[in-house]
Design a protein around this ligand. Structure first.
Ligand code: TRP
Ligand code: ZN
Length: 882
């Protein structure tokens, strides 16, 4: 294996950069194989770190250095040292000076998709976290902020559109068919927010008038011919801009805001100042090609990147350990946007589902880390759901504890105090302490301690005293590097329901009442005694999922059914259904005899909800969905057998579908589409309940059911209907499946983005031959290992979205994924490392699978030329817990 030591970077080692950079002038001569970049840096010593005279250490990776000048004078080879990662200039003046470097890079050969690369003829950059060093020599760290002026020169025919951050200040023709454009960004920014784009691009445009009356040009650039799929993204952008003004008082600050969509992209999107770059799947949408889910993600990610303009760009991170400062906060902001634009309850359930599916297993496994990590080998591995989604939950808890108005006051102070700075989590939290006169010392533990707390709750009712005593204990299991933990400060939102489902007053023994039902938990074990409770109440705990914890509370199935019907907190009505279903599935797996309730009882409670027209269709669709196989696996905890989970879940699902068939058929008929497709949340909600009903009412897979699915597929006039029916058919072996997959391929074979759905749906099938099918699909002409969307659609969907077949008992799923990781590691370490994350829960598996998964991981570990990215994930994942 690659025995070279990979250095660990630590938060405690932070020191300021010894120089300040007042201005950066870049000149990029674009060429597919030899792009030449000259960077002029106006530098001076940083008074906060006195080291006059140098050395100056610049980051640089994969560059060919042409020359170095100081004050216009060319340096000799012995004036500097060049290694694989740095350019070190031994001596510089002890006052202001200009450092100029010229270097070249090769965009066409860049398949890592970081730095400057070419995707389908379009030059584009990705600099976060440390990609700028692949473009030019620079102190590539977020606390070095500067004013960038960027001149781009290229062949006018081949590369007609030239974009960078800020405002266009000059452009023109040059001899030999070349042309140029010069952009200036007046806001100081770190290098990770730099962007440059060049190519043949079409665009749509619009304008936005800010609250203070300034006019902003809005543009979305795409491959020519795709302009008609940008309308939804533009609409989402304008709504995001308005929302940030209304909810947080934040206006846009440049004269132009641009979005560029590219096909080869390592993640979702990137918030470069004034020039966001997007994975095209998060921009392009039409009724025929995009599902309701696609529309929803486009809206959310457009909002997310736009919101970064204030939380991330105007105020950025001092160092990469502070990543949650921008990401957790911006996810929280985009979730709130979605809640306001769509449905608060549906958004909340969706976010909690996502948190549990991705973050909880991370926090319970070998890769667990705090929301603010304290060390890393490769920073790209820390763009995790802990930093993003748990980071957002931490912001949400702040809002719950301080109130919406208190939270806003803290945010206002944050923007006022730290605008233009690169700052820290401590400084952020201090704003809330100062604005709200709050003590958040203990709350800071959420940034330092990893692991999902478990709240063990008991409720004792004393009929004689008419008292209900709720005891909550925080159980904090050890996580890697953190054997012992301190109790957290968190809000537990709750209510007590009386016999008719009415809300009981929450009066504590001392006569005080619990405001908004929010208990503030601070100790390891706390008891809250409520008085004046005249009959046994039913407790509704952790309403709205007020803290990112696991709740352990023994409630009878009767109480759960009661909550499913009566709880005024819609989130907890849903949660009660999930808890109920989980219990049934676990009991079935344990073959528990004499269980009080069965699937028919659960079906009765679900039937009650889905028939309730006062509830939103999208919410009712969620009530119909059983917990996922991974949800069940997390409850099983150890010796997990994914095949047994799949079988038990299917049994419960089938019984519910059979019991409710008449009701489901009515829903299916009732919500049939009327009029043309509309992507708004209400229309999407109607499709979602109708399609959920379709899935459940055909669970028996009788010939008539399969015919119904096939008919739904072939009569579909939008992608949501077409794709959902295809996904259902993909789980049913037979000629209809083959026919539908072939028809889809024939219809969409020319559209690479749509074909990603076709790959994914086959990869997620629960049929027995799926591993072999995925192997074979890798040979399909459209499948490319250099296109991350393809890798995610086929291999990612298989590894993360198909618990049954990825965990096939003979280990074939593990070998397949390990093989792809080894290949991918050679050209795209970032995407390879992400895929390796699919193995994060291997230690919870039953012994046979555990052994096979471990062997697959070891095959990656010993492979040649392992990148720092994959090395970190695979070596940490292999470390055995307990
Ligand atoms: N900052 C981006 C976001 O909004 C995520 C990001 C980090 C990213 N590194 C990236 C995107 C590399 C694409 C490629 O969340
Ligand atoms: Zn982000």
């Amino acid at each position: 294996m690659a025995k070279k030591a990979h250095r660990t970077i630590r938060l405690n080692d932070y020191t300021p950069y010894p120089f300040l950079i007042d201005k950066v002038d870049l000149d990029a001569q674009l060429d597919p194989a030899v792009t030449r970049v000259t960077a002029k840096l106006k530098m001076k010593p940083n008074p906060e770190a006195k080291m006059p005279g140098g050395p100056v250490v610049l980051d640089g990776h994969g560059l060919e250095l042409v020359e170095v000048k100081i004050g216009g004078r060319k340096l000799n080879a012995d004036d500097y040292t060049l290694d694989a990662e740095h350019l070190t200039i031994h001596k510089v003046p002890d006052r202001a000076f200009t450092l100029e470097t010229t270097s070249t890079c090769n965009p066409e050969a860049n398949k890592a998709l970081t730095g400057l690369y070419r995707s389908r003829g379009i030059y584009c950059t990705q600099c976060e976290a440390e990609g700028f060093r692949r473009i030019t020599y620079y102190p590539d760290r977020p606390d070095v902020m500067s004013i960038f002026t960027t001149r781009i020169e290229a062949d006018a025919a081949d590369t007609p559109v030239l974009l960078s951050n800020g405002n266009l200040i000059d452009s023109g023709k040059l001899p030999k068919g070349r042309h140029f454009a010069t952009w200036n960004d007046p806001f100081r920014k770190p290098a990770y927010l730099f962007a440059l784009v060049g190519g043949k691009l079409g665009h749509i445009k619009d304008t936005f008038k800010t609250a203070s009356g300034r006019k902003v040009d809005l543009r979305i650039y795409v491959e020519p011919g795709k302009e008609d799929r940008c309308a939804w993204a533009m609409d989402s952008l304008k709504r995001s801009m308005r929302w940030d003004e209304k909810r947080f008082g934040r206006e846009y600050d440049l004269d132009i805001f641009m979005i560029v969509a590219v096909s080869d992209f390592n993640m979702g999107a990137m918030e470069n100042k004034g020039l966001n770059v997007f994975n095209d799947k998060l921009v392009l949408a039409s009724a025929e090609t995009a599902t309701d889910g696609n529309y929803e993600s486009i809206e959310a990610v457009i909002a997310h990147e736009y919101f970064h303009n204030w939380t991330g760009n105007r105020i950025t991170c001092r160092d990469w350990f502070q990543l949650c400062l921008k990401e957790g906060l911006t996810v929280f902001r985009d979730q709130e946007f979605t809640a306001d634009e769509r449905s608060r309850t549906v958004e909340r359930i969706g976010s909690v589902r996502g948190l549990r599916a991705a973050q909880f297993p991370e926090d319970a496994g070998p890769l667990a880390h705090p929301v603010r990590p304290e060390s890393y080998i490769e920073i790209n591995n820390f763009y995790t759901s802990t930093v993003y989604e748990k980071g957002a939950e931490v912001c949400r808890m702040l809002q719950t504890l301080l109130g919406v108005d208190g939270f806003r006051k803290g945010m206002d102070l944050y923007f006022e105090r730290h605008d233009g700075e690169a700052t820290t989590v401590e400084k952020f939290i201090a704003c809330f302490e100062d604005a709200c006169k709050a003590d958040l010392t203990q709350f800071m533990l959420w940034y330092r301690q990893s692991g999902t707390p478990e709240l063990v709750c008991t409720m004792d009712y004393d009929a004689k005293k008419q008292q209900a005593a709720l005891t909550i204990e925080q159980v904090l299991a050890p996580t890697p590097g953190q054997p012992k933990k301190k109790p957290f400060h968190m809000p537990v939102r709750m209510g007590l329901l009386g016999g008719n489902g009415d809300a009981l007053a929450l009066t504590l023994a001392d006569g005080s009442t619990v405001d908004d039902g929010i208990l503030e938990l601070k100790k390891a074990k706390q008891t809250f005694t409520f008085k004046g409770v005249t009959s046994r109440p039913v407790a509704s705990l952790l309403r709205d999922f007020s803290a990112p914890v696991n709740l352990s509370f023994a409630q009878s199935t009767d109480d759960l059914e009661f909550l499913m019907v009566h709880d005024s907190d819609l989130y907890n009505r849903w949660q009660a259904g999930q808890t109920y279903a989980t219990r049934l599935i676990l009991e079935l797996m344990a073959k528990k005899k004499g269980a009080k309730a069965g699937p028919k009882d659960l079906a009765r409670a679900i039937g009650h909800t889905i028939a309730d027209d006062k509830l939103e269709p999208a919410y009712r669709a969620m009530m119909l969905a059983l917990p996922s196989e991974s949800d069940i696996a997390r409850e099983v905890r150890t010796n997990v057998d994914p095949a047994a989970i799949h079988a038990a879940r299917q049994t419960v699902r089938r019984e519910i579908g059979m019991t409710l068939r008449d009701d489901l058929e009515k829903l299916y008929a009732k919500y049939a589409q009327k009029g043309p497709y509309k992507p708004d949340a209400a229309s999407a909600g109607q499709r979602s309940i109708r399609l959920a009903a379709l899935g459940m009412m055909t669970v028996e897979e009788r010939p008539a059911d399969v015919a119904k699915l096939a008919a739904h597929f072939s009569s579909a006039t939008n992608m949501t209907d077409q794709m959902t029916a295809l996904a259902y058919l993909a789980d049913i072996d037979g000629p209809e499946r083959i026919k539908a997959l072939a028809a889809f391929e024939k219809q969409w074979g020319g559209d690479s983005l749509v074909m990603d759905k076709w790959f994914a749906t086959q990869a997620m099938s629960d049929l027995p031959g799926t591993v072999e099918a995925v192997e074979k699909l890798q040979q399909h002409t459209l499948f490319q290992l250099t296109n991350p969307n393809k890798v995610r659609a086929l291999i990612g969907a298989f590894a993360q979205g198909n618990q049954l077949n990825f965990n096939r008992a003979d280990g074939a799923g593990y070998s397949l994924v390990a093989g792809v990781v080894i290949e991918l590691n050679k050209h795209n370490p970032q995407v390879a490392a992400r895929l390796t994350g699919a193995f994060r829960s291997w230690q919870t598996l039953e012994p046979k699978r555990r052994k096979l998964a471990k062997a697959a991981l070891e095959s990656v570990h010993v492979s040649q030329g392992l990148s720092r990215d994959v090395f970190e994930i695979v070596s940490k994942t292999l470390q055995e817990q307990d």
